[in-house]
Design a protein. Structure first.
Length: 163
């Protein structure tokens, strides 16, 4: 299963990179909005926490061991957290920068904050997809490498001992 190990490592690297990008963009916004109430910044704090958790687990599970595949429930849960974060960020945009998936008018000169927000939304979605793909790969690996328990139709009586 060298191919599965390689694909898993590529997914973990992508998860790590996307988590770092989202953490940086969200952290920049949180730093710029100092003094605002934490209640109004809740969705960004949640996104930052999800990015931190995913960075931590992506680093831990980056190494190609067969044990890294058994973490598929955690991969699925982190994927769900990323999808929630994606939804919260899209809801926050609320059309102020245009449609969330309308990439026209994007500039890379650092003056367009809509570009940063759309990049943040896009990388949150990509991270969710990567975590979901890791969970699916983990399910596939576990299903393929677990052997069904042999069932017997004949049961030996407790009082018949073999010597």
């Amino acid at each position: 299963m060298l191919l599965a190990d390689l694909f898993s490592m590529l997914l973990r690297l992508a998860e790590l990179a996307f988590g770092i990008i989202v953490a940086a963009l969200t952290g920049k916004f949180l730093h710029a909005s100092q003094g605002a109430s934490s209640w109004s910044l809740g969705r960004f704090i949640y996104t930052e926490v999800v990015a931190g958790i995913s960075i931590l687990f992506a680093i831990i599970w980056l190494f190609p061991f067969s044990g890294s595949f058994i973490h598929w429930p955690a991969d699925f849960f982190i994927s769900v957290m990323w999808f929630v974060s994606f939804g919260l960020l899209v809801d926050w945009l609320n059309g102020s920068c245009g449609y969330a998936f309308d990439w026209s008018g994007i500039s890379f000169d650092g003056t367009n904050t809509c570009s940063e927000w759309k990049a943040n939304v896009a990388f949150a979605f990509l991270s969710a997809i990567c975590w979901l793909a890791s969970a699916i790969l983990g399910i596939y690996w576990v299903r393929r490498h677990t052997h069904p328990v042999a069932t017997t139709t004949h049961r030996r009586r407790w009082y018949r001992h073999r010597v």
